[in-house]
Design a protein around this ligand. Structure first.
Ligand code: 5GP
Length: 191
């Protein structure tokens, strides 16, 4: 997606530890017009797939998932990283290792919101080592539902996420795939 790649080149920053900071348009301040185009592109990429629900993980996936859901006309469910009084014990839970924070955490989804008849499209902002994606697929499968695909805004192609997702057998669509990056240059894979 050219518009997205241009935006990454113009407005992102490469931080130590292979972190791409996209706070000015995706992770803190949000460019809604760009998100609209992202949602439209996901709809195009997954055209023909039956989708009944979009699943993401809080916090940064929520905005992307919601705009994308407007194109699919389905509800969004977001996995919670923290326990809360809103969430009872009847949950699906998966353990995820956080790339950005270097810690293990649990993601949780109430059993009320995914069931065995659902065809779930998973959406997230980044694919790094694939741990969040794997955790979300795990939750879909615990529910007996089908993961019809994973839509990622930015894939860091030099990390192992694609391989992890391939091993699950779930179709992956990434809108921008970074081949390499450092403070001076970001190079995309052409696909
Ligand atoms: P993974 O689970 O694939 O290792 O990492 C994906 C998750 O970590 C995403 O949900 C995203 O929030 C976060 N993440 C991974 N790499 C980056 C990055 O380079 N920049 C930002 N902003 N978030 C990242």
């Amino acid at each position: 997606m050219e518009l997205l790649k241009q935006r990454i080149i113009n407005d992102s920053k490469v931080l130590p530890g292979n972190i791409l900071k996209v706070d000015s348009f995706l992770n803190h301040q949000i460019d809604v017009e760009l998100l609209n185009k992202i949602g439209e592109e996901f709809k195009k990429r997954f055209e023909g797939e039956k989708v009944t629900k979009i699943l993401t993980v809080e916090a940064s996936g929520i905005a992307i998932a919601c705009i994308t859901a407007q194109y699919f006309k389905v509800p969004v469910v977001f996995a919670k990283k923290y326990t809360s009084t809103n969430l009872d014990d009847d949950i699906y839970c998966a353990e995820v290792y956080s790339f950005t924070r270097n810690t293990l955490y649990n993601i949780r989804v109430s059993k009320n919101y995914i069931n065995k008849d659902d065809k779930v499209l998973i959406i997230d902002d980044f694919l790094a080592n694939g741990m969040a994606a794997e955790g979300l697929i795990n939750i879909v499968r615990q529910a007996g539902a089908e993961a019809v695909g994973i839509g990622i805004v930015v894939e860091k192609g030099f990390q192992r996420g694609r391989k992890v997702v391939r091993n699950t057998g779930v179709r992956l669509e990434s809108l921008a795939i970074i081949k390499s990056m450092d403070e001076n240059e970001i190079v995309f894979e052409e696909r």
